[in-house]
Each structure stands twice: as structure tokens, then as C-alpha cells.
Design a binder for this molecule. Structure first.
Ligand code: NA7
Length: 537
């Protein structure tokens, strides 16, 4: 059976829910296809212990509905995963969204029919759909990257993946646990697991830079005060480059840019910085994002600051990062380094002693065998492009999106559309602000712009819209030029930002760093001029 609708939205996470609401308001018959059995997207799957957002709850939330922002009650300054999942369920119910969401509906292929100017969309379970437009709200961090380690499936204990953590409680008491991965996920998870497990071994390939953070419950009356001022909070947020005007991992980076340079700081000034602000002080210098030598000096200072916290000198030395600070997404932590002072926590530096294989009884590294009951993989994502390259997307002349991105690189126009794939809108494609901003704020702009665009096409009897190759090339050149002088593109940096974390992936920085207000201005200008850079048919 094939159902006909105006728009298919792929995914029922933050973006898909808002896209459904907005498109429905505009009168489009819209069907959401969600592979999971509930709403939430990335915030449904990543339910590992310690999972938390690093942007304040009152900013990492929908701004489009005054009712929702007044009715929902956040309990902490930065929301933990269960609260975000509950919030998205609340929104789905409050806006009566579920009746247009098919759950258990994993999209496996999408083919553009050039004659009829529609997409044919197939799901794994069978039902298929025909729609004039597809909005891919399939997530930027939704496809887990599973490591290819010999013997991975031979482990006789429990294997857990942070990005598909079981719904039921996992009891780690008295268990010997190994964690592989020390990105944002590992850094959040490790202190929590250490408190629970009998013994924890952390298998670290690249040490992280992490900024200590204080997350706290709202004081009585505090949230009410904030809500009474929500208009102003949202206005400031909207004007802010990263879409979050209050304290966030991103705003800290921006603050660092305004600091004096490290290269001309005296040794006394450097030491004072870490005396006063610890690891944060080591990184708070204005030149480190543009000058690799300054960045390397900051790494040394950072190592000194870590060694003041971590008592064992060998462990402290192994925790000192070697990649440039700023080239990966900032990480915030709560008690990460202190965790390594526990007697029941050990660190294995995989650069010195790499993993050889997973065995039935644990993990074998070059130098020894580590006996384990549980292995937790926190090994990251095939970010930005992974969700769509796993669907067989065929545009004009049966061109494959996976092949195009795989050979040419992750190109798009405005981080929304790809030339050769008419009537396909991607929420936060490569070349969008996404990665370097508050995702929710950036996403709202995308959904609203796409909704306006579809209304425009309908009003002017257009059947197709397609990015022009020249406009796409110019956009990517512009996005790339913005980061050309920064550590974001330093060759030693393997990050999900640039695809360097996925073996064989075409390497290119995938964000847009001029900030959301500038991005919005450009998108609006393009729309007002009749969608320049697009061909309307
Ligand atoms: P990240 O930041 O990509 O981190 C993944 C970690 O896993 C990182 O430390 C990797 O080391 C490590 N990794 C990956 N594969 C392996 C293998 N085979 N062996 C050892 N270690 C490995 O993903 P996260 O989930 O932590 O965070 C992603 C985003 O989610 C984050 O930026 C926030 O936006 C939310 P590597 O650095 O590659 O040497």
C-alpha cells in the first residue's frame, strides 16, 4: 500500500517534531516516519548514565510556543537525558503530533521521480509513501560508529553501546567494567560508572580537553523568574552567534577569543591563570584558535593543570591531550579528572598500548589482558551525513547521495539542500550552523525557513526546487574560507566535525561558523530575492 502526502519528514526528534507542527500549521499533509517506537531521536537512544546537554535547559528548548515554554518545568540548569526525553514526549502530546507519526518506520530508500516530481519513499517494514517534498530530520549524531576491533562479538560478558543504551536499569555494582572512548559521551559516563562499578578501566585513544562545569538544580522560584523574562531571554539568544546567550560550552569558547594572547604572556601570568582557573585557565587565551604554536603552549599548560588534579604522575601525563584545543567539540565534565584518583579506576593509554582484540573474557592490549564483565563502547558517530548515506537516496538520473558525498565531499547549499536532489530539504546538512551552535536554535531557523519556502512554492504553483551547482560550490567555499585560518582544519585533528573520526570518510569541516544571526540574514535575503541559488520548476 502506498500513501500519498505532501511532505514526508524523516525522524521524530527535536527537528522532526517541530517540522511536523509547522508544516501542519501551514496546511501541508505531513507524515513523519520514525524508526524507533517513540519520539526523542538522539535523546531517546543516548540514555547512558550521565547523559546531559551542555547548553542551559531554558535555551536548549523550543522557542516557537509561548505555552510550551511556560508550561514545561525544567528542574536543572543543564538538562539530563531523561528530562529532555520527557520534554519531547510532552511536546508531542501537547501538540497532538503522534497521530501523524508512524513509529517503527525505518526509511530504507528514497527515489525522485523526475516526471511526476515526487519522492517515492520505502520503509523497511513495508509501507511506502509518495510525497512532493521530503524533509530529512534524521539527526546529525544519530548513526553510531561501532569500532572494528577483532573479536568484538566474542565477548562473553555484557557489551553496551552508549548510543543504544537499554531502557531497563543496568546494574554495574561489583562488576569489572571497561569503557572505550573519551569524547563527550565517555567523559560524561566515566565518573558515573566509576561510582557504581566494582572496578573501571578506561581505554583511551585520544585524551580530551574537558571544561569543569557546575550543574545544579534550579533554586526555588528561579525558573519562574526566568520564565517571566522569557521574551528577553529568547531575544538575546536569537541575536547570539551560537544560539545560546547564557553559559554554554560554546559561549565559553567565544569568551576565550576575547582573552589576551598566550604567546606574549609571561610565565607568571600563565601560572596565575591555572592557579585561578585550573584547566579552564590553561585554555583561556585569545590566540589559540588561530595560532597552532599558541595552541601547543596551551596544551602544555593544560597538562600542568591536569597534573595538579590527578595524583599519579603517569596517569596525569597520559591524560594530557595532543590534538589542538578547539578543533573538536568542546566537552564539559563533572569530576572527570578526579575520577582517576580513585583506587578502583585505571587508565590504559592506547597510544602506548593499543587494543589487540576483544576476547571472551575482556580486552587484550599489546601489553596485557584486562579481565572484564562489561564493555561499554562510547566510540562516537558517523555524524552529519551518516543518517542519509545509510538510506539509498536517489536524485536526478538516479544519482546516489551517498556516492556524491563520498566522492565529492559533503557539499550542500546553505546546509539545507543538495544539487541534484530536488525537493529534498535536510535539517542541518553539512554547511549549516548545526555543529558549532545550539542545535535547537539552529534547527528552529531551518524548519521555519523550509516551511516558508514550501508555502512560497505552493503559492506560485511550483513543483520543484533544486539547489544550483554553482550556488552550492560558492556556499561551500564561503563556509570553508571561514575556518581556513583556524585550528578547526588542522591536519592532526580527527573529529566528527570534519569526518576524520570515520575511516575513509571524505574530510572537510562540516559546520558554518559565521553564527546563526548572520546565517539567518543570508537565508532570509535569498528567500526574499525569490530563492536565489535555487532553480524553481
Ligand atoms: P566522539 O567525540 O567522536 O568520541 C568518540 C571517542 O571514542 C573518542 O575518544 C575516540 O577516540 C574513541 N574511539 C572511537 N573508536 C575507537 C576505537 N576503535 N578504539 C578506541 N577508541 C575509539 O563521540 P561522543 O559520542 O563522545 O560525542 C559525540 C557528540 O555527542 C559530542 O561532540 C556532543 O555533541 C554530543 P579518537 O578521538 O578517535 O582517537
Amino acid at each position: 500500500m502506498t500513501a500519498h502526502v505532501d511532505v514526508i519528514v524523516i525522524g521524530a526528534g527535536f527537528s522532526g517534531l517541530y517540522a511536523l507542527h509547522r508544516l501542519r500549521e501551514l496546511g501541508f499533509r505531513t507524515q513523519v516516519l520514525e524508526k524507533a517506537d517513540n519520539v526523542g531521536g538522539t535523546w531517546l537512544f543516548n540514555r547512558y548514565p550521565g547523559a546531559r546537554c551542555d547548553i542551559e535547559s531554558i535555551e536548549y528548548s523550543y522557542s516557537f510556543s509561548e505555552e510550551i515554554q511556560q508550561e514545561w518545568v525544567w528542574t536543572e540548569t543543564m538538562p539530563a537525558q531523561p528530562e529532555i526525553e520527557a520534554y519531547l514526549n510532552f511536546v508531542a502530546d501537547r501538540l497532538d503530533l503522534r497521530r501523524d507519526i508512524a513509529f517503527g518506520a525505518e526509511v530504507v530508500s528514497m527515489v525522485f521521480d523526475e516526471d511526476a516530481a515526487v519522492w517515492g519513499v520505502e520503509t523497511a517494514a513495508g509501507p511506502s509513501f509518495v510525497a512532493r517534498y521530503v524533509v530529512a530530520a534524521s539527526g546529525i549524531l544519530s548513526v553510531p560508529l561501532e569500532p572494528t576491533i577483532d573479536g568484538l562479538d566474542s565477548f562473553a560478558g555484557t557489551s553496551l553501546f552508549t548510543s543504544r543504551w537499554p531502557e531497563e536499569d543496568v546494574d554495574l555494582t561489583d562488576r569489572r567494567v571497561g569503557v572505550i572512548g573519551t569524547g563527550s559521551t565517555g567523559v560524561q559516563l566515566i565518573p558515573v560508572v566509576a561510582r557504581e562499578a566494582g572496578h573501571l578501566t578506561v581505554f583511551q585513544r585520544s585524551p580530551a580537553y574537558t571544561l569543569p562545569w557546575h550543574v545544579r538544580p534550579f533554586e526555588p522560584g528561579e525558573l519562574e523568574d526566568l520564565k517571566s523574562n522569557y521574551g528577553e531571554i529568547r531575544e538575546l539568544q536569537r541575536a547570539h552567534p551560537v544560539g545560546a546567550a547564557r553559559l554554554s560550552a560554546f559561549s565559553v569558547l567565544l569568551d576565550m577569543l576575547a582573552m589576551p594572547p598566550l604567546k606574549t604572556a609571561s610565565r607568571e601570568e600563565q601560572l596565575r591563570a591555572i592557579d585561578e582557573n585550573g584547566v579552564m585557565g590553561a585554555l583561556s587565551w585569545g590566540d589559540i584558535f588561530f595560532d597552532i604554536e599558541a595552541n601547543q603552549m596551551a596544551a602544555e599548560l593544560y597538562g600542568e593543570a591536569v597534573a595538579r588534579i590527578v595524583e599519579d604522575p603517569a596517569t596525569a601525563a597520559a591524560l594530557k591531550p595532543t590534538h589542538p584545543f578547539g578543533c573538536k567539540r568542546p566537552i564539559i565534565d563533572q569530576g572527570y579528572y578526579e575520577t582517576f584518583n580513585r583506587d578502583d579506576v585505571a587508565l590504559v593509554d592506547l597510544r602506548e598500548d593499543p587494543i589487540v582484540a576483544v576476547t571472551p573474557a575482556g580486552i587484550r592490549t599489546g601489553q596485557r589482558h584486562h579481565e572484564l564483565d562489561v564493555i561499554i563502547y562510547a566510540t562516537g558517530f558517523d555524524a552529519m551525513t551518516g543518517a542519509l548515506t545509510r538510506i539509498d537516496v536517489r536524485g536526478r538520473d538516479a544519482m546516489s547521495l551517498a556516492d556524491f558525498w563520498g566522492t565529492r565531499g559533503p557539499y550542500s547549499y546553505l546546509g539545507i539542500a543538495v544539487s541534484g536532489f530536488p525537493n529534498l530539504f535536510i535539517i542541518q546538512a553539512p554547511g549549516s550552523p548545526s555543529a558549532a551552535t545550539n542545535f535547537v536554535a539552529a534547527m528552529e531557523q531551518h524548519v521555519e525557513w523550509i516551511g516558508d519556502c514550501l508555502a512560497h512554492l505552493r503559492a506560485h504553483d511550483h513543483r520543484t526546487i533544486e539547489a544550483l551547482p554553482d550556488a552550492q560550490r560558492e556556499w561551500m567555499e564561503h563556509a570553508t574560507a571561514l575556518v581556513a585560518r583556524t585550528v578547526l582544519v588542522h591536519p592532526t585533528c580527527n573529529s566528527w566535525y570534519n569526518g576524520g573520526n570515520v575511516p575513509g570518510k571524505k574530510r572537510m569541516y562540516m559546520g558554518y561558523t559565521a553564527g546563526i544571526p548572520e546565517y539567518r540574514r543570508r537565508c532570509d535575503e535569498i528567500a526574499e530575492a525569490g530563492y536565489t541559488g535555487f532553480k524553481l520548476g
